[in-house]
Design a protein around this ligand. Sequence first.
Ligand SMILES: [Zn+2]
Ligand SMILES: [Zn+2]
Length: 301
Amino acid sequence: MFLGAHVSIAERIALAPERGRSVGADAIQIFSRSPRMLRRTKPIPPEEATAFREAMPANGIARAIIHANYLINLAGPDDNTLTYSRDAFVEELDRAQLLGVRDVIFHPGSHMGRGEAYAIQMIAASLDWCFEHANAPDVFAVLENTAGAGTVVGYRFEQLAEMMKGSAHPDRLGICVDTCHTFAAGYDFRTRDGYAALLRTIDETVGVGRIRAFHLNDSVGDLGSKLDRHEDIGKGKLGKEAFRFLVNEERFREVPGCLEFPGRDAGYRRNLKTLRSLVTGTNPPTAGPRPGGKRGGRGTA
Ligand SMILES: [Zn+2]
Ligand SMILES: [Zn+2]
């Protein structure tokens, strides 16, 4: 797995790869714009996009993924929400294409009282609308599984599979597995058997090959709590073993896995160090050597 973290785009988006390197990341997740406002933003200038693309290999970052704006709700449930959500998601896809990022991760949506079946169907329809209106042929829309609080959908892998099945463009869809959400939604993968069962469930629903990214977060809430609160790796209710299974999984060798907690450099360094300590000989992270021959910034201090 390409291990990494969610890093800031403050000042300039092209600084994100360097920020990743400084915490010891092989992969980065970014917002492509402010995540909590939906008013239209100005497009990324082409020279800024070029600078970002060049900064990726220059800092030894193997993969970048984008997390879409939190306010996007492709399930609707009313016309106004649906319209601004679709427009904003099209923008996300376009910005990813410009930056050379292949994956836009998003929370599928909330039904707000209209029912899960309605939401699942509407999300599929919205995705098709967005693909048709975006200019982003190389970008995947990546459904993140949710913890299941409130009226969100996507807390069962069966639901994510239904969204994919309802779309006319399933080849443009993938999933992001958030470890905290998975556990909080009731999937227990703290043991080898539980982990194997989880992979089986994913494979029988969306397909393991559809996993485009992981969010590696421990969980404050207990199994099935539906609580979406992230914790340091090994310090939550999920615990280290689950992460050991994941980081050593041959099938996820080339999949990015990003921390989202605690959001500060020192914490990221510590958590990345913990994750790397779980990697055994058979499946080392596959990022190439850093410029200068050393894998830089690995947080040995
Ligand atoms: Zn997440
Ligand atoms: Zn979360």
